[in-house]
Design a protein around this ligand. Structure first.
Ligand SMILES: C[S@@+](CC[C@H](N)C(=O)[O-])C[C@H]1O[C@@H](n2cnc3c(N)ncnc32)[C@H](O)[C@@H]1O
Length: 267
């Protein structure tokens, strides 16, 4: 069952978050008003939800699976006792399923703003026998949980889609227990000579073209690629994690800096 916030349908989930809605933001390479960004992002994931998983394999040549394995390996969920795990922007459930496999007694929640992505995730959870994973429809900028509840918080390829990243980070800090860990898997900055050119060509030409063939529309994938370029570099993002209150912040780059896993502790 998807637990939605009843009085706030998706397009309204974005309206009541405080902050000047006419502040500038970006949607890929386009400038948009901050208050508009979430609706545009929601539209992207509504369009791609049913083909999201297959496109992930195609776009990353299957590498997203290995990156998610590394992420979940860093969570180190306790195998006994109740380990409370929150996977934000969890979409179709990949990270949550890995946690539940590793620690069957863990109490796992997937949170996402998009009901289409959650519906695919729920169906996959049922097919795989993960009946205890909770699916919650909500905004990462305003988590519907009390403070100090979770042992770990993960967000994979999600945070660059959130309009107010600083709000999402302070919410992550709020809902973690003391001793809890924040882990974020996100695209990074490829700065290795030659590889950067190959990556650029692949991202801007091949990925939207695959998107068009597989989903019938290349535009959502153009946004996804552009949004990677607009995301803060790893040093800047680490500073943002520290500004949210996390300690011992660090990051690990994988696969020639294509992605990085950021870590911070609530101590
Ligand atoms: C690229 S997908 C990542 C899905 C999944 N974590 C994975 O790695 O396969 C990004 C997800 O972020 C979600 N999202 C975007 N903005 C959000 C927000 N403000 N709060 C929660 N989820 C959000 C989207 O709905 C989408 O499911």
């Amino acid at each position: 069952m998807v637990l939605a916030l009843p009085e706030l349908p998706m397009s309204r989930l974005n309206d009541h978050i405080s902050g000047p809605a006419d502040e500038e933001s970006h949607f890929g390479f386009s400038s948009v008003r901050l208050g508009e960004k979430q609706d545009l992002v929601d539209d992207v994931f509504r369009k791609v939800a049913s083909r999201y998983d297959i496109m992930n394999d195609v776009m990353s040549l299957g590498l997203h699976r290995a990156w998610k394995d590394v992420l979940v390996g860093m969570v180190k969920p306790q195998r006994s006792g109740v380990f409370k795990h929150l996977d934000v922007a969890g979409g179709t459930g990949d990270v949550a399923f890995r946690i539940a496999e590793l620690a069957p007694s863990a109490d796992v929640t997937v949170l996402d703003i998009n009901p289409n992505m959650l519906a695919v995730g729920q169906e996959r959870a049922t097919q795989r026998g993960f009946h205890d994973i909770a699916f919650v429809e909500a905004n990462a900028e305003e988590l519907p949980f009390e403070a100090g509840q979770f042992d770990a918080y993960t967000i994979a390829f999600g945070i660059r889609n959130v309009p107010r990243i600083d709000k999402a980070l302070s919410e992550a800090y709020r809902v973690l227990k003391r001793g809890g860990r924040f882990l974020c898997l996100e695209f990074s900055e490829v700065d290795i000579p030659i590889m950067d050119k190959v990556y650029e060509a692949y991202s801007f030409s091949a990925i939207p073209a695959f998107g068009k063939v597989i989903t019938g529309d290349g535009q959502p994938y153009r946004y996804l690629v552009e949004s990677i370029r607009k995301f803060p570099n790893p040093e800047r993002f680490q500073s943002m994690i520290e500004e949210a209150g996390f300690q011992r912040a660090s990051y690990t780059s994988l696969t020639g800096n294509i992605v990085a896993i950021h870590s911070g502790w609530k101590l």
